[in-house]
Design a protein around this ligand. Sequence first.
Ligand code: PBG
Length: 326
Amino acid sequence: MGFPIVRMRRLRKTSAMRDMLNQVCLRPSNLIYPIFVDENIKKPVPIDAMPGYSRLPISDLVTEGKQALAQGVKSVILFGIPAKKDEAGTSAFAKEGIVQLAARELKNAFGDDLVVVGDVCLCEYMSHGHCGVTEGSEVLNDPTLELLGKVAVSQANAGVDIIAPSAMMDGQVGAIREALDDEGFDDTPIMAYSAKYASAFYGPFREAAESTPKFGNRRSYQMSQGNPQEALREMELDVAEGADMIMVKPALAYLDIISLAKANFNVPIVAYNVSGEYSLVKAAAQKGWIDEKDIVPEILTGIKRAGADLIITYHAKDAKSWLNQP
Ligand code: PBG
């Protein structure tokens, strides 16, 4: 049966009818709000390539947490910029490290009302900017695992609710699960950056987090953009190692990978709408070429429709202004 008996426009007649039939809805509580916390500053420092975003001192975190909650967002992910970088990423697992201090500050203020996610990586803490221990120009896998375990345990000790390893080392989820369990954190979930592609979309983040590698690139550990099958293997391995959730990153150029993840695994799927994706929107909006408040929900709905249960996004900052929420 077809036209004229079938008329698709019948169900699009009024705004109420369209709302009633809306299949994919965004909720602010499905968004995770990234925070850059910087040990070296006393006042927020705007990030050039990310209009509306700043690096923050610890003293601003409670205000920031309140802002997130006021938007209906219940979760933040922390990235640290330490005062001291070295070849062993020591500041990443220091008791008084910047992320550890930030987590304590937020948990003291908000308790269980705010879910604090800790990005577990070494690039921001290494003098060379790579995500693992290096020897010459090589990034070593196995020696890095022990450090990642230490970072995870120190973050859990500081109150971090969810551990999110992003270094793309083989075996990192298993190593972190074991390290956490050994210290009694068997209740702390792991959100694994499983399918993390080597991407030019991370440019603004690296400016913000001062984590650009000093030599070479990340292509020997992050994935190549042409490979969907490899993403499935990465996700399979992470789930087998104990990942409670798996992530695809970036989001927009990888929507097919998000759909694959959703179709193949029975764990929550997270998508990271990364810095470069945010910057593109902001730049075009500033020029008046697009309408930000319409385009942001369209982008996030697309990511959710592809299969993401949760979205890490810098747009979470003003969720209320574009979400039709009471
Ligand atoms: C750390 C890390 C990166 C991002 C999140 N965690 C940068 C990278 O891998 O170079 C990027 C996030 C973004 O661009 O918003 N490894």
